[in-house]
Design a binder for this molecule. Structure first.
Ligand code: HEC
Length: 136
């Protein structure tokens, strides 16, 4: 019985991983907005642990972000546009990850100017995606 339950739970999480929904994306967005806030307070309180916790949360979340299943299922006319969106998302995600690492390295080295610059660049990437995918 235990094995069955474990398999059902495992299958459930596998399916969840495969099916990234709009709801998942909103959850991830909220988590990233929160992570940005944590990083910022780490800057203001000059606390490396806080910065690191925010960066970790941001990096863990941003890798999950992709067009949700609802949009992936939009067919034909949308398909090419969708592929562009996916490529763009991947690029942005990679940049956010790189800059998150820069924040950690620069802040640790006592270079808060460079650390906050990397932070601003991340914000720029968030807004770029919102502008181009969300039309905000
Ligand atoms: C790959 C594109 C993309 C990137 C990168 C991105 N976002 Fe978003 N974001 C979206 C989309 C699309 C929505 C709208 C989601 C919806 O309403 O279905 C959204 C919505 C949001 C929302 C509103 C969520 C809600 O409750 O309606 C917040 C907050 C947010 N993003 C924060 C961020 C932050 C912070 C970053 C950067 C660390 C970021 N986003 C990066 C695409 C992106």
């Amino acid at each position: 019985m235990k094995k069955v339950i474990v398999s059902v739970v495992l299958l459930g999480s596998l399916l969840q991983a495969a099916q990234y929904t709009k709801e998942d994306r909103i959850k991830d967005m909220t988590a990233m907005a929160n992570a940005m806030g944590v990083i910022q307070s780490g800057f203001f309180y000059n606390n490396y642990e806080t910065v690191a916790a925010g960066v970790e949360q941001l990096s863990d979340t941003v890798v999950r972000v992709k067009p949700p299943i609802e949009e992936q299922n939009e067919k034909d006319v949308m398909a090419r546009y969708m592929n562009e969106k996916i490529q763009m998302s991947n690029k942005i995600v990679k940049k956010i990850n790189q800059k998150a690492l820069t924040i950690l390295q620069r802040f640790k080295a006592g270079d808060s100017t460079q650390a906050t610059q990397a932070y601003t660049k991340i914000m720029g990437q968030c807004m770029k995606c919102h502008r181009e995918i969300r039309n905000w």
